[in-house]
Design a protein around this ligand. Structure first.
Ligand code: NDP
Ligand code: MG
Length: 382
């Protein structure tokens, strides 16, 4: 069990659930961060009394400082504020629940201080997985996945050696538009895209789930977390989201992790690991469970998933460029400034335009990330 935590992105979907898990487990929360939602952040701060709060947006940080002037809470801002929250002496674990590549630098700052990373922010590993995993291994910082599929794989591999693993079976529901041809999705609105059949999540990841880019990002995330190649991972569409992922061992045994689709479970485990604690979430009732069904992904209908797997095979900066372009494109789509099907065009266009750089250092990766964002804004912004 961890002793004390920081939560990066505490006002988001995972961040709010992380607060509830920490309160349930009795783990003190020493720092909170958000981008700009300071009303909720203030409520959280008054409830949890953290030492430090960082607000990414400078203006919002000023307003927040004024709002909590009657408390002892220190207030920071910008990426430095996030990095400080991630690396404080008083914590041993940071929950990275920001959305997007902004999570990368704070994650590296936490690894430098050998903190446990309860990793929700998948874009960090997609962007710079080689660097992050190598640094964590070098310094002995634990990375415990929060993403439900990776938490499932992590749990299925407990007690097994890497050489016993044959294949990772990464499950995904297929999202709200499963089976629909691309031509029928031309006029999809943000409101339709964020309505996930099984999970309640933030807006960006909900759109990624609809395009199945989310499964593609998770494919890359799994490669890094578990040190495997693209050939070792198979995507399995499982619309009910009861099995959260599986591993096949060399003898043909398949081990699955099942549970109700509630992120509270993997979040709690990332804090309590290696302990298991009673949870406050629902339980699976096999007497009411009906069909558990499985199908292969249809790559023609989900070109984002295909693109992500192709980028995983290309390696180097390709996944970072794809993910950054996707992040900007999804942002434009959510603001009604880009059509749904153009999200794929933007991500694929960026990879084609910018090419791949292999063995890139952190600066080169960050430059590729910026170039991808600029490309999408220049080429696709209406
Ligand atoms: P949300 O959009 O709900 O929340 C995002 C959080 O990050 C908010 O606190 C937001 O602050 C903050 N944030 C956003 N942009 C910035 C920025 N530029 N600088 C600083 N803070 C920022 O996202 P989710 O909780 O859904 O997802 C968070 C991460 O977890 C993502 O990487 C996602 O892929 C991953 N994940 C999420 C799952 C889920 O069920 N939601 C499941 C598995 C993984 P503010 O509120 O002020 O905007
Ligand atoms: Mg997931």
């Amino acid at each position: 069990m961890v002793n004390a935590i920081s939560i990066l992105g505490s006002t988001g979907s995972i961040g709010r659930q992380s607060i509830e898990a920490a309160v349930h487990l009795g783990v003190p929360v020493k720092a909170l961060t958000a981008q700009s939602k300071i009303d909720l952040l203030e409520e959280q701060a008054r409830r949890l009394n953290p030492e430090f709060v960082a607000v990414y947006d400078e203006q919002a940080a000023k307003a927040f400082k004024t709002a909590v002037a009657d408390t002892n809470i220190r207030v920071g801002s910008g990426i430095e504020g996030l990095m400080e929250a991630a690396a404080m002496d008083s914590i041993d674990c940071v929950v990275t629940a920001v959305s997007g590549a902004v999570g990368l630098k704070p994650t590296l700052a936490a690894i430098e201080q050998k903190k446990r990373i309860a990793l929700a922010n998948k874009e960090t590993l997609v962007c710079a997985g080689d660097i992050v995993m190598a640094k964590a291994a070098e310094l002995g910082a634990e990375i415990v996945p929060v993403d439900s599929e990776h938490s499932a794989i992590f749990q299925c591999l407990m007690g097994h050696e890497k050489k016993e693993l044959k294949k990772i079976l990464l499950t995904g529901s297929g999202g709200p538009f499963r089976g629909k041809p691309r031509a029928e999705l031309e006029n999809v609105t943000p409101e339709q895209a964020v309505k996930h059949p099984n999970w309640s999540m933030g807006a960006k990841i909900s759109v990624d789930s609809a395009t199945m880019m989310n499964k593609g990002l998770e494919f890359v995330e799994a490669m890094h977390l578990f040190g495997v190649t693209p050939d070792d991972i198979e995507v399995v569409v499982h619309p009910q989201s009861v099995i959260h992922s599986m591993v096949e061992l060399v003898d043909g045994t398949v081990i699955a992790q099942l549970g109700v689709p509630d992120m509270g479970l993997p979040i709690q485990l990332a804090m309590s690991y290696p302990e298991r604690c009673p949870s406050m979430f629902g339980r699976l009732d096999f007497s009411t469970l009906k069909d558990l069904t499985f199908e292969a992904p249809d790559f023609e209908k989900t070109p984002c998933l295909k693109l992500a797997i192709d980028c995983a095979r290309l390696g180097g900066t390709a996944p970072c460029v794809m993910s950054a372009a996707n992040e900007v494109a999804v942002g434009l789509f959510l603001r009604h400034k880009l059509g749904y099907n153009r999200i794929y065009d933007a991500a694929a266009g960026a990879v084609e335009k910018l090419g791949v750089i292999h063995n890139a250092d952190l600066d080169t990766i960050l430059e590729a990330d910026s170039a991808a964002r600029a490309y999408v804004l220049e080429t696709f912004s209406k």
